[in-house]
Structures are given as C-alpha cells and as structure tokens.
Ligand binder design. Structure first.
Ligand code: F6P
Length: 557
C-alpha cells in the first residue's frame, strides 16, 4: 500500500497559504480590471458550458492548485483508477466505474479478464430485456404487458436510478411508469404498491451485495403483497409451481451476488450482474440502471453512457489547465481548506433534476466523509463537504438568504439548460426565459452584492441600510447545457464523480470504501430483539437507549 503524499507538506500548499493570506476577494474589481476574466475561466466539457469566473480564484491560485494536483501525484492515481489498479485498498478492489461506459471496441483487461466484453454482455442482456418489456413481448402471469416497474433498492441501488428516471421523464415511454421503494419504513412499500395491479407490475430487486436489510425486507414484503394480490384477483392458484412461475415473470434482480439472488427465489436467468469493482454510489451506469433502460429504452441508455464516457475522456486526457473536473475538485479543496467552507450547495434550475442533490449527497459524502487516509494514518487537514440543495427557484424562497447574507461561505453550483422539454408560455411570456433570468440573476447577486451606497441611493432609511447590504464575493460555478438529454445527465454525473475523486486524492482518502455505515447497521440488528420485547437484550443497552426503547414499548399500540 503506497503512502499518500501529505498535501499540506507540499510546496503548492505553502503557496496557496501565502496566496490566501494576501487575497482580498473582490469579484467586482477583478471583473472590471480584467475584461477577459469570464472567457478565461469558462470551459467547454462535452455539451456542458462551465463558467468558473465567479469563483474566488486568480490565475496564481489556479496555477498553485494545478501544482498541488501534480505534487500529490494525482495524474498517476487517475491512471491507476482507469487502468483497474486496486486503489480501493481497504476492500482490495479495483475502481472501474469508468469501464462501464467504455465503447464496445475499447480494450481493457484487468487480472486477465476482458472487462469491456463483460460489460457489454450484460448491457446486451439489459437492452434485450428492456426491449421486451417496452414492446409488450414480456408479459405477466395473465399475459398482460408490464405497465409499472417497481425498483426495490437503497443507497446506490436507489438514488441513481430514481434521480436519472426523474431527470429523463420526458424520454420515458408512454404507458410505462417506474416507482422506487427504498426505506425500511413499511409505509414506503405500502404506499408504492397499494394501488398497483399485480398482473402488470414488474419488480426489480437491486442490491449489489443482496444482503442489505432494507432491500431484502422490502423485497419479501413486495413478494407477499404480490402473491396475495394475485391470489385475491384469482390470477394464480395456490400451488407452488404457479407461485414460482408468477415470481419468475414479475421479479428480476440486479446484483453482484447471483447465488443469493437464486436463494431468494428469483430465476438466475432473470438476473443482471455487475462486479465488485463498481461501488454502489458509482453504479447507475451498470445493471443498476435497468429501470432507466426500460423507461427510456436502449438507445437513450446508450446516449446516457456516451455522456459519461465523453467526460471520462476529458478528465483523463485534457491538460490540467483546461480539465474541468480537475479544476472544480481543486477549487472545492481551496474553499474547504483555505476558506473553512463546510458545505456546498448544488442548485439545479431544472425541475427534472430535483433529486440531483440527494444523489450527490451519497456520491460525495459517502466517498469523502473520512478521517483516515488510505494507509490508515489520520488525515492532515479538513476533509469532506456537506452537499445539499434543491431546485431553483424554490430554494430562492427558502434558504438562499443564508447563502447571500450568512456568515459562512457556501460555494454553490448553479445548473441550467437552454431548452426546456416543454416550452410552455404564459400569454406572451416565455416562462423558461423568465426562469433562467432568475438563474443568471442569482449568481450575479452573489458575486457582486450591493454596497451600502447603492442601498442608500434607493432612498433606504439609514437604520435599515446594514440589513440590506449584500457583501458579494459569494462564489458560484455556472453549468449550462443545451438541453437535459440522456447524454447530458450522464455528463453531469461523471463530472461530479471525478470532482469527488480529485478531492479524495488531495486529501489522501480512499473514496471508494464506506466503513462508516457499518456500525449503525450492526447495532440495529443487536437492538432489534429489545424492540421486539426481549428484556435481556434491553438490559444490555446504554441508559439512554433503554429509556427510548422503553418509551416506545409503552407507547406503541
Ligand atoms: O449503506 C451503505 C451501502 O453499502 C451503500 O454504499 C450502498 O449503495 C447501499 O448500502 C446499498 O447496498 P446494496 O446495493 O448492496 O444493497
């Protein structure tokens, strides 16, 4: 296991410290003094137009950040990832989500295995299955075509598919709907199935490990509901054969553990595999994307993967000075480590991206929420950011106050598309234009603020002038695309995957394990008997937990 370079001991880090100490952020002046600032800091990345100019950066800062990337050996680690080296050291695994979107004619062999052939074999099976469902050739137990696909999964086996499904709703086939059950709160499953016709419903049980408590519990509940509802409708008799046949027609699985899929009772012929080198939060472009492939069809899914691949190629080959994921990751480090930024807002001005921030929360925080480096030594600086957000303009009327006038710096990424899926007007008004006017206005307001003189010039009473001043110099990145196509959604995901990677490398983190989620899972299983009334198990708990569980036992019906 190689030792990560301590970023804080590099020359570049010392340069950044000096630059930060001398820096007085002044975006108004920087734009006035350099008429080319917007052009200089705006980049094209596949279909994305990325404007970094409203960040608190100068040429010197970017230069030092790029040197930092070199001095922590980021280019070597990036190559190691793309080549399938086992950079996920705590799990001794390769990290090859980039292989999931390699074109069929690409070449990548890892440990003697032709990875590209494996990936395309599964993609071909997924596409064939998706086509059958979409055409009606795949029928349920009574011969009816599938109308509703219910994905059962959690974490990476849920957040990616649901986010992308919602983002690409305009591309969905009419007459087909997807729903997503994730939470072990039984109300989730209840609400999602209660009005469904079992004869037209297909369940996808998605779990990388096929051991996750939530998913297996939900899958069993869904199976019970399904068999009960079928029997009630008189669609199956009570025999085991009839039930097995019904499950084979209505349950498929996505997993790396195909033996466990069979144990659950799902026909292995209806299982779509992937590999341990795909992290859960990096898996929406694997078989985990099956609901998306069914909803938008194989051609749409191919475009989606091509979008990822375009960004992968850029990240791997573009010079550092123009490498957008690299620069964005480094700028995030700049804010976290030199401005004490704790959180990062992602604000899509695209309602279809309403689950994007939730998706990014797992991607970024499960990846970089770590206190030790990949060799087990403590990190040498702050790591991780809290990613959060909601679509604009809704957020403007909720939490933007804090971003504009709060005491902490909150870097924000604004995302918008030029062409809406549905260009509806309000009388003569182009509503999407009005929507985007808000997008443009917000980043300008955050960057340039409003001085006390400007507030006074509006005739504001002196005592409320301070409350109406906007300091400005609130950093933002603007990302625009022509439209929210499958390819653009793939590009956005890959962009943030690589940003996350860059931050992890600078901090010396293994961004691909997630040991921090294990303890809570284990304790839940230990506490469960107490919750079910076992006094001995209750007595083993700490006083606070005993008191809480006892209250629960007294108050439940
Ligand atoms: O909670 C941690 C985690 O392992 C995530 O990383 C993962 O995406 C999720 O659980 C679901 O895991 P699985 O796909 O194995 O059910």
């Amino acid at each position: 296991m190689n030792t990560p370079v301590d970023a804080t001991s590099t020359e570049a880090w010392a340069d950044l410290r000096t630059l930060r100490d001398a820096l007085v952020p002044d975006l108004r002046h920087w734009f006035e003094a350099d008429p080319h600032r917007a052009d200089e800091f705006t980049f094209d990345l596949a279909d994305l137009r990325v404007d970094l100019s409203k960040n608190l950066i100068t040429d010197d800062v970017l230069g030092a950040l790029v040197r930092l990337a070199e001095q922590v050996n980021l280019p070597e680690r990036r190559e190691a990832m793309f080549n399938g080296e086992r950079i996920n050291v705590t799990e001794n695994r390769s990290v090859l989500h980039t292989a999931l979107r390699l074109p069929r004619d690409a070449e990548l062999t890892v440990d003697g295995q032709d990875v590209v052939a494996d990936v395309h074999e599964v993609l071909d099976r997924m596409y064939a299955f998706a086509d059958k469902v979409r055409s009606g050739e795949w029928t349920g137990v009574t011969g009816k075509r599938i109308e509703t696909v219910v994905n059962i999964g959690i974490g990476g086996s849920d957040l990616g598919p649901v986010m992308v499904y919602e983002a690409l709703l305009p591309y969905k086939q009419d007459g087909l709907e997807c729903r997503f059950i994730s939470n072990i709160d039984p109300n989730d499953c209840y609400e999602k199935v209660k009005d469904l016709d079992p004869t037209t419903t297909l369940f996808i049980v998605a779990s990388k490990t096929f051991t996750t408590l939530e998913t297996l519990t939900n899958a069993r509940m869904a199976r019970d509901w399904f068999l009960g509802a079928l029997a009630e409708a008189g669609a199956v008799d009570d025999s085991d054969d009839a039930r097995t046949d019904a499950i084979a027609k209505h349950f498929v699985a996505v997993s790396t553990a195909l033996d466990k899929v069979a144990d659950f009772g799902i026909d292995p012929a209806n299982a779509f595999g992937f590999w341990d080198w795909v992290g859960g939060r990096y898996s929406v472009d694997s078989a985990v994307g099956l609901p998306v492939a069914i909803a938008i069809g194989p051609d749409g899914f191919r475009d989606f993967l091509a979008g990822f691949h375009a960004v992968d190629t850029h990240f791997r080959t573009e010079p550092a000075e123009r490498n957008v994921p690299l620069l964005m990751g480094l700028i995030n480090v700049w804010y976290v480590n030199f401005f004490d930024a704790h959180s990062h807002a992602v604000l899509p001005y695209a309602q279809y991206l309403h689950r994007f921030a939730a998706y990014l929360q797992q991607l970024t925080m499960e990846s970089n929420g770590k206190s030790v480096r990949w060799d087990g030594t403590p990190v040498t600086t702050e790591t991780g950011e809290i990613f959060w957000g909601e679509p604009g303009t809704n957020g403007q009327h909720a939490f933007y106050q804090l971003i504009h006038q709060g005491t902490r710096i909150i870097p924000a990424d604004f995302i918008a598309v030029a062409n809406p899926a549905h260009p509806v007007t309000d009388g003569d008004t182009d509503v999407h234009g009005l929507f985007l006017a808000n997008f443009f206005a917000q980043t300008a307001a955050l960057a340039f603020g409003k001085t006390a003189e400007e507030v006074r010039a509006e005739g504001t009473a002196e005592e409320i002038v301070p409350a109406r001043v906007f300091e400005g110099n609130r950093p933002t990145t603007s990302i625009m695309a022509p439209a929210l196509t499958p390819s653009v959604v793939g590009q956005l995901i890959a962009l943030y995957e690589h940003i996350t990677f860059v931050q992890g490398v600078v901090w010396g983190i293994d961004s691909f394990d997630q040991w921090g989620v294990e303890l809570g899972k284990k304790l839940a299983l230990e506490i469960a008997p107490a919750v079910f009334g076992d006094a001995e198990a209750l007595a083993k708990q700490d006083p606070s937990t005993q008191s809480l569980v006892s209250w629960y036992l007294r108050n439940r019906d």
